[in-house]
Structure formats: C-alpha cells, structure tokens
Design a protein around this ligand. Structure first.
Ligand code: NAD
Length: 273
C-alpha cells in the first residue's frame, strides 16, 4: 500500500484526489491537511478522516498507530500538494525534514520558488508537473514535434482557457507548451514570448510566441497550440472534461515517487513517454 497525505484536501483538486484514493486498491490516505484557518479542521470529512492542519500531526498520528509494526522508512507517506505556491514551498521544507517524497501540482511558482524546489529534489524524490493529465503531456511531445517539423515558416500562438477562480495566468501548462516549442525552435522564451496584445504594437515579429489567457465560468482547462502558416493552420487542442484526469495522474505520480530516488521528475518520466 502507498500512503499519501493530501494537502489542500478541501480544494477542487484535493477533493478529486481524496475520492480517487478512496476508490483505489493500492493507495491509502494517511491524512488530509488544510490551511490553519479552515472551518472543518478537526472534523470528520468522511470515511473517518479527520482534517488536520499540518503534515507533522498526520505523521505523528500515523507513527503512533503503526510504528511498532512497520519500519518508519517504509511507512513514509507521499505528500500530494495542489495548494498555492507559498503553501507548497512551506510543505516542501517539512517534506525534506521528514524525508517524504512529494507530488506537486501547484502552478504559478516564481523563479526563486522553482529554485527551492530543485534544491529540495537533491534530498527527496519530487514529481512536479503543471499538468498531470496523460493527454496534455502527450500534447507537449506533439507540439515539440510539430514545431521541429514546421520550423520558422509557421507562426506560433498559444491559447488557454480556465474557470474564473483560477488565480494565475497564463496557466503553467500554456507556459510549458511555449517552453517546449521555444526549445524545439532554439529560441529564448523570455525574449520571444508575447503575453496578450493591445494597442499599437506594430506588425507581428516572426519569432514571437503569443500566449493568451481566457477566464470564465467553470472551464476546467483548455489549451491550443497553433502553428499558423501561409495558407494553412495546424491546431493541437487538449480539453479537460473533469478533474479526475489530473487526480489519476497525481496518484500515478505518487506510485512513482514512492519508489524513486531523490530527484526532480515530471509527468513524462512518470508516464514513460
Ligand atoms: P482550490 O483553491 O480549489 O484548492 C486549494 C486548496 O488548498 C484550498 O482548499 C486551500 O484552502 C488549500 N490550502 C491553501 N493553503 C494551504 C496550506 N497552507 N495548507 C493546506 N492547504 C492549503 O484550487 P485548485 O483548483 O484545487 O488548484 C490548486 C492548485 O493546483 C492551483 O495552483 C492550480 O493551478 C493547480 N492545478 C494543477 C493541476 C495539475 O495537473 N498540475 C490541475 C489542476 C489544478
């Protein structure tokens, strides 16, 4: 059995991960954690799971009940984190102290937070992916392939759409698509990315990679990479129909992380694509 601690368990992703974990035969929920102000802390959120306010309290409880039977190195849970960048970095410090592997789906990490993540991966296994779905990770591959095949003759624009509660833009997945295309075309994304267009910006430069974010309603996540040529346009689109696709990806990542050596992995490592 692989034990998991679900951070942000009452959030949209947290709930989907809890549901899939309960339905899974090889995943056991060691604990569910929410932010310190959450109204349901200390209550039973279903299936006898008491909502906790820290990783430490979950690990202490689990050690008290099981340490006599299972060596602690084997009982270390995988921490699954879909919360906020600040919270994720705090959880990362605790994970390093305890030696727990992590699966991180939180998006919007800044440069210094990404550096902290890479540093932590020197001591624990971390799977970090802005999008945990199989289809999207395949899109990353296909976008790189299309960019290489079509080359500089085709202009690249990326469009993403999400629900109105999403706090970061553009999405981590849109940035990743832009990143793989820029790499395939040997361009520096920092120099060629254009985030939305407004006013008198002049003609489009051929090397630009345009990135646009739509926000509204309950759209879970849609991404299109466009390769626009003279006389034709190739579009590769991925649409999420429900959050289960991310949750099952997160559990696949947890199975992988539980048995991995320290290091920073992505979903392509997990899925072997
Ligand atoms: P959400 O707001 O519904 O859930 C976040 C939860 O985290 C909330 O319940 C919040 O109370 C909790 N939280 C905040 N601080 C915390 C702390 N310190 N300790 C414990 N819990 C804390 O958001 P969501 O839609 O579930 O998305 C969460 C994150 O996951 C976002 O960054 C989103 O972009 C990302 N996301 C990633 C993927 C992926 O495949 N990688 C998919 C969907 C969403």
């Amino acid at each position: 059995m692989i034990k998991v601690i679900v951070m942000g368990a009452m959030g949209r992703m947290g709930r989907a991960i809890v549901q899939q974990s309960l339905a899974s035969e090889d995943i056991e929920i060691a604990g569910c954690v929410e932010r310190k102000e959450h109204a349901l802390l200390g209550t039973d959120i279903g299936n006898g799971i008491i909502l906790k306010s820290s990783i430490e309290s979950v690990v202490q409880d689990s050690e008290q009940t099981q340490a006599s039977k299972i060596p602690s190195s084997l009982s270390l849970p995988v921490i699954i984190d879909f919360t906020s960048p600040e919270a994720t970095i705090n959880h990362l410090e605790t994970a390093c102290l305890l030696g727990c592997p992590m699966v991180i789906g939180t998006t919007g990490l800044n440069k210094s937070q990404n550096e902290k993540l890479a540093k932590a991966a020197e001591s624990i296994p971390i799977v970090y992916a802005a999008n945990m779905s199989l289809g999207m990770n395949l899109l990353f591959k296909l976008a790189a392939l299309a960019a290489k095949a079509l080359g500089n003759e085709y202009e690249v624009e990326i469009l993403e759409a999400h629900h109105h509660k999403k706090v970061d833009a553009p999405s981590g997945s849109a940035l990743k698509i832009a990143g793989v295309i820029a790499e395939a075309l040997e361009r520096d994304l920092d120099k060629v990315a254009v985030y939305g267009r407004q006013g008198s910006h002049g003609p489009r430069k051929p090397e630009e990679i345009g990135i646009f974010a739509i926000r509204g309603g309950d759209i879970i996540g849609e991404h299109t990479a466009m390769f626009i040529g003279d006389g034709e346009r190739l579009e590769i689109t991925h649409r999420v129909q429900n959050r289960n696709t991310f949750a099952s990806g997160a559990l696949r990542a947890a199975r992988f992380a539980a048995n991995a050596s320290p290091g920073l992995y992505n979903m392509m490592d997990v899925l072997g694509i």
